[in-house]
Design a protein around this ligand. Sequence first.
Ligand code: F6P
Ligand code: MG
Length: 489
Amino acid sequence: MFKAPYPPYDPTDKNCFSYETVYKRWPIILTGIIDHLHRLNHDCAMEMQQDIADDKRAELDVRVQASKDIIGTISKLKYQMARDHKLELIPSDNEPFVELYNTELAELSQSNKDTWFTAPWLYAECYLYRLLRSWFTTSPSMFWQSFDPFFGQKMDTLKSSGDAIYQLATTLHEVSEEKDTLESDPDKLGVLFKEMVQMCLWGNATDLSLLTNPSHADIQDLQSVGRDAQEKRKDFILRDDQDTVWAHLKTLKGGRVDFALDNAGYELFTDFVFADFLVTYTPYVSRVVFHPKLIPWFVSDVTPPDFRALIESLSDPSFFPPSNRETAEQSKAHVEAMVSRWKRYIDEGKFALSVPADTPLGPRGVTEGDVVKKGGFWTQPYAYWDMKERATELWEELAKESGLVIFKGDLHYRKLTGDVRWPAFTPWETAIGPLAGSFPILSLRTSKADVVAGVNGEVADKLDQEQGNKWRVNGKYALISFCPAKKQT
Ligand code: F6P
Ligand code: MG
């Protein structure tokens, strides 16, 4: 397995983002789950006061009791985290990777790096979400077994994204009116491609694990779209491989593009818009495959139910709260046209999830092996350097079938680079280790963690001097990093 020449960021270093995460952000996220469960218990209590059938009452009773147990376990975890206790083994829960996580943990304990503040941040954070999953999936109440504690939050943010969504739907409509010119003017298509890349890139700024308590105004601000907003953000793109990606895409003919998805809601919407552009307006792409996470992950990541929920929400004219924009009615029609096209693409297989569309949370019960092989890798705690060995089937499929794999977001970036202390000037191809050359890779990331590679060393030094690590973690800066496939000999 690949060994990087640099260590991970030291989680005990108070100047690193990992320290702040363990100390501040995770407790807030865990408290959020506890509050959410309390609210749901309250709703159950109200329902139980009604005249309901006995079996329903019994089910609610089990549900409430089980949720009290989960609340107790999460509270204990918060306590242990704050006191830097050891990470405990993940209980056997019939879902994948328990052994894999526990073996890794045993290795960390050999080097005394198995407590909350000493374990490598990437491992500890993946472990946290896998551990949470095990408590829900082993619950005696069926209700909690398929429960996503972040689903409500994801839907609320989507609801708050109506303005940007309507605006982008209108943009797509305007693009459709120019279809003929686009076909005859490749330069224009190239300009539009860049606008789409940037829209999709900045869609990654709305991340609920970073914005632990976003207000409606925060969300609107982050989602300001259109040329002016893009122009303002241009200087914040510290690496920009858009021209090379475009040159590469133009070599494809009806090819396949894969999205290793990041966040649900607005970001997923921007992924769809980008995918729609590629399939509808370019001759280069005819099919897009979207790769979700199979369990609730880093708060806002897309699961198969989130994927379905986006299409359902966009199809429901009453989903977004009314807005006072004059063009609301017209935009509504644009959203309608857009979502019916997307549904058609899904029916025709032009847009597909990498796992069956109806995959429930946790791949239990569905052709398990296959679902795990196609989608499990993303929720393992590993860097992507050794994807070929660790997820051979997925790697082979991408290497054989995909014309471009787009990795969205910060966590994918951390895993692509192994989350280690690469000097910022390290070539991107070096930082992604042996994965480089496997298939064409495009990472679209707004920066929310310390690791950075492939940027101009002087620029990075200057930012480090002026801002400490702020520029690396506050989501204001972004990187568009491309690495082509190795030529077959
Ligand atoms: O909490 C750690 C972290 O990985 C940060 O790096 C980032 O803020 C977030 O979680 C995930 O970001 P994204 O949704 O862009 O992958
Ligand atoms: Mg995410």
